[in-house]
Design a protein around this ligand. Sequence first.
Ligand code: SF4
Length: 292
Amino acid sequence: MEMNINTFEQLHNECISRNKAIYEIAQENMASSADISVDEVRAFTNRSLFAMKEAIQTGMASRELSMSGMCGQDCHRVQRRFETVPAIFGKTFEKIIEYALATSEENIRMGKIVACPTAGSCGILPATLTAVSEDFNYSEREQINALITAGEIGRIISVKVALAGAVAGCQAECGTASAMSAAAICQLRGGNVSQILNASALALKNLLGLTCDPVAGLVEVPCVKRNPFLAIHSITAVELALSGVESKIPIDEVIDAMEQTGALMSPTLKESSQAGLATTKTALEVQKRVFG
Ligand code: SF4
């Protein structure tokens, strides 16, 4: 029977009282609400996982620019550098940056991506999930568990805050994606329920107030490069949470703060391109060049 779980406190209590992981509760609920089996939920999730990896591969191989010409070749630049100069933080760090750029650049080419939770933030979760799974040999079953965990985090956040830059700024898009990524990787790395929720809280809390000010109204600048930044950010949250560092503000209250911050944010900074980066001299020149 489907359980009505709308807060992280409810989710935490359900997991503890039934001695289950977040993904177990989430997959049961999804199966029940869609009137399908848990196996079908997991098969669907696996298709999303496959599509994420496809987007990474396609994006890694392409150098096609976006219509505006602003984005499309940064993944290639990074790959070229890492072929000869290793990144300071090692191979997994390199992959996370490459995969996040590859997916985001695929999005601005109008290629197929998995919106997780949105198209503008589509590179964050696939990059960390794929890179960490490859380098630490996590099985397909473990990756599906992680992706379902991430999905549950995004679902509960969306109960209170619409996951759209136009409603609550980029904190709701890339912030949520980073919280989902933190949950997925914490699940992979053996975190318990409290650690997973704590990792999400730490990731999100440190992105509150992030505005949405896309240049020329296109999901390109700052969106594409924001993805690798916040993918790495989510890994920091995981390492802190697994070390026992706690967010003093519980995740439900972080969501409340995000909702309030979004409501207080000027509409000029919520996807309308009327302030911030979108009204810089260079941005206005780009807008004129692209749209006349
Ligand atoms: S800046 Fe705005 S359009 Fe770009 S990813 Fe963030 S919320 Fe989406």
